[in-house]
Design a protein around this ligand. Structure first.
Ligand code: BDR
Ligand code: CA
Length: 317
């Protein structure tokens, strides 16, 4: 498993927290692509460049990615992440501009330049990954492992009764990625909705003096306000930070494999990750039926250890 990653993101408050934590704990970013989702793709790229600046990370190219999903109109989520995507914190423009070329082209180029040397991690809608697969169907030979924050198996969705945002924002792209001949891990709401910050975590982050911690605390303020409508008390889930933390430390969880496909035709269920839960353990080892793919999911998550690592990461100097 490669701990160096090419990150695809729609930065976004929890995307920003994920980047701050991952880089603080020594995670290596080979490149970043932005995608529509929480905010339009150019805004996501600008936010990512600003977050990398705050994290003190230099020399990582950030390419702008897909402006809209493959087969449905663009919908963004400023009502969750703020008009600027960073909790309305009015950040200055980043010093650096986005790198030339598209995020999908960058995935293909980097995969050929560094075959087998990085893990692809998506914490936004999967449009760039799907486009990269369409540009080069050989991609899974060069990138053996893909981690995605997305989906909901046995818990409700967060944008519809059954669908999670990153899958729902581009279901066709998600199905293409799941069908790819690479090993896919989906970090779903089943796990991320357990990964909630506690009052003492929040106190530790707001009390820390580093630039990284102060920025984390400022963007969290907005996220906590928004999450009050869904979760009682002052807390929020760490969706995207969990996906990146698992790349650094896969032993934070145990795993199970389920045959999966994305619902593309349903009205109210479009964008749902449908998993075969009928529970024959032998079936996990078999090739699933056409249209279905074996996907790895978290089973048990060590929430305490994940939270402790996250707090240590974002409060570090
Ligand atoms: C996912 O959707 C986005 O709002 C978050 O950044 C995260 O990637 C959670 O469903
Ligand atoms: Ca995201």
């Amino acid at each position: 498993m490669n701990k160096a990653i090419l990150l695809d993101c729609d930065t976004g408050i929890d995307d920003a927290l994920a980047i701050l934590d991952f880089t603080a704990r020594g995670g290596e970013l080979v490149a970043v692509g932005s995608v529509h989702g929480n905010v339009p793709a150019p805004v996501g790229a600008r936010n990512t460049l600003r977050v990398l600046e705050i994290a003190g990370v230099e020399g990582v190219p950030v390419c702008v990615g897909a402006a809209r999903p493959l087969a449905q109109p663009l919908l963004t989520a400023e009502h969750v992440h703020g008009q600027d995507g960073l909790g309305n914190t009015n950040q200055p423009a980043p010093k650096l501009a986005a790198a030339p070329g598209s995020a999908a082209e960058q995935i293909v180029r980097m995969a050929h330049a560094h075959p087998g040397e990085f893990t692809l991690v998506a914490i936004g809608p999967l449009t760039n990954l799907a486009l990269a697969l369409l540009l080069d169907p050989e991609l899974p030979r060069l990138i053996p492992e893909v981690y995605v924050m997305g989906g909901a198996v046995e818990v409700p969705g967060n944008v519809s009764p059954t669908a999670e945002a990153n899958i729902w924002h581009d279901p066709e792209a998600a199905q293409l990625v799941i069908e790819g001949d690479w090993a896919v891990t989906l970090v779903t709401l089943d796990a991320t909705m357990q990964a909630l910050l506690t009052p003492s975590d929040l106190k530790a982050i707001s009390g820390a003096s580093s630039v990284r911690a102060q920025f984390a605390s400022a963007i969290l303020d907005h996220y906590l306000d928004v999450y009050q409508q869904w979760i009682p008390g002052r807390t929020c889930p760490l969706h995207d930070p969990l996906a990146l933390a698992l790349v650094l430390d896969p032993d934070l969880a145990t795993y199970r494999t389920l045959a999966t496909q994305v619902e593309l035709r349903g009205g109210t269920t479009r964008g749902t990750t449908v998993c075969d839960l009928r529970g024959d353990p032998a079936s996990a080892a078999q090739e699933p039926a056409p249209g279905w793919r074996n996907v790895r999911y978290l089973d048990e998550l060590d929430v305490e250890r994940f939270r402790a690592l996250f707090v240590a990461g974002v409060t570090s100097p």
